[in-house]
Design a protein around this ligand. Structure first.
Ligand code: ADP
Ligand code: MG
Length: 346
């Protein structure tokens, strides 16, 4: 019998404890701060002398992901990454996660193991311990909730509320590519629904698809900033889109912002997709979301230091609150940034 037509294992054959055992049996604890992982009523952690950060996300099938084009392994990886990104955005290092899943009858053991292969892969890549979770059934579909725990030296956490007028606004990587990837996936799904025999050639979209399906959290940027002796004055990760995130920083820091359209980092493939879909590339960068880049502000005295950090772009400046949050175009006109996107320059 070939691999492909082997009978799939029903979850009810294993039971809840059998399933948990299968999913967690190969875990090897990486950190001294994990005193007890999976296997008791609760995990035990030891964080003497450090501050702890804790964050949770809940992903629901049909709302946050679509299994028609999301491989389960990628979903597991991404579910971990989106949480770790929140930990890094606090200037902290993630050390442990818990994973809770609700599964409907359509999932086999093999399917759940695929999901967990992505989860374990992310745990290896980012060096975090999987220390527990919960497993239950659902009426329809899959829900997955991950909690991440990280550590930061006392006083070194970076919040959304620390930006000051004159600070430089920086962003890592490029923006809009994950959303561009999602648009391509949705387009191909629609084509497939009309013609299931279609074999789309996706090679021209490899970068944007990877950004959508297998995003990474910017551990490297947090490490590079530390190495460069830069402590951002404020920081947030770009999950909902640049517009929405800069508004969070400005609201909490009670300030405005001047963002330069010409300085937004946009990948060539994102530009290409924007053109194909007849969308404005800057709008993709501002409103796209799911980039999991870091948006942060620094003291202007750190400009020479930040110029030496690879993969970071200065995109504007924090201004007093009365100047609003505005996007400045190449010709000098400006427009107010709203969470939904933006209107033409005035
Ligand atoms: P309890 O009855 O106390 O909730 P469970 O039987 O649900 O305990 O869980 C047993 C152990 O397995 C616990 O350590 C729990 O954290 C862990 N666990 C349960 N579900 C998962 C999961 N989906 N992934 C990882 N660990 C899990
Ligand atoms: Mg339980």
């Amino acid at each position: 019998m070939t691999e492909a037509n082997k009978k799939l294992t029903q979850l009810k054959e294993l039971g809840e404890f059998g399933l948990i055992d299968r999913l967690t049996k190969d875990i090897k604890i990486k950190h001294a701060s994990t005193v007890k992982g999976v296997g008791d009523d609760a995990a035990v952690l030891d964080y003497t002398d450090k501050e702890l950060v804790v964050t949770t996300d809940l992903l629901v099938e049909g709302i946050h992901f679509d299994l028609t084009y999301t491989p389960l392994k990628h979903l597991g990886y991404k579910a971990v990454v989106v949480n770790l990104s929140d930990v890094y955005a606090m200037n902290a290092i993630p050390k442990q996660i818990t994973v809770s899943i609700a599964l409907s009858g359509k999932f086999s053991l093999e399917a759940v193991e695929l999901l967990y292969s992505g989860i374990h892969k992310a745990c290896e890549h980012y060096q975090v311990d999987l220390i527990g979770g919960d497993t239950t059934s659902s009426v329809t579909g899959l829900a997955i909730s991950i909690t991440a725990i990280g550590e930061v030296e006392k006083g070194q956490a970076v919040y959304r509320n620390g930006a000051n007028p004159g600070d430089l606004i920086c962003v890592s990587g490029d923006l809009g590519s994950a959303y561009a990837g999602l648009q391509i996936l949705n387009r191909e799904k629609a084509v497939y629904q009309v013609n299931p025999n279609s074999q789309p050639d996706m090679s021209a979209y490899d970068y944007v698809l990877e950004r959508q399906l297998k995003p990474e959290a910017r551990k490297d940027i947090v490490e590079a900033l530390k190495k460069a002796a830069i402590k951002p004055t404020s920081m947030i990760d770009v999950s909902d889109g640049l517009s929405s995130e800069i508004l969070h920083i400005c609201k909490q820091s009670n300030c405005g912002a001047k963002i330069m359209d010409a300085d937004l980092p946009i990948d060539a493939q994102t530009m290409h997709v924007a053109e194909e879909l007849n969308m404005d590339a800057s709008l993709l960068a501002l409103s796209g979301g799911e980039d999991y880049e870091l948006l942060f502000t620094i003291n202007p005295d750190d400009l020479t230091k930040i110029n030496l950090v690879e993969g970071v772009q200065v995109i504007g400046e924090i201004v007093p609150a009365d100047q609003e949050v505005r996007l400045y175009g190449k010709s000098g006109g400006s427009t107010a940034i709203t969470a939904q996107g933006w209107n033409a320059y005035s």
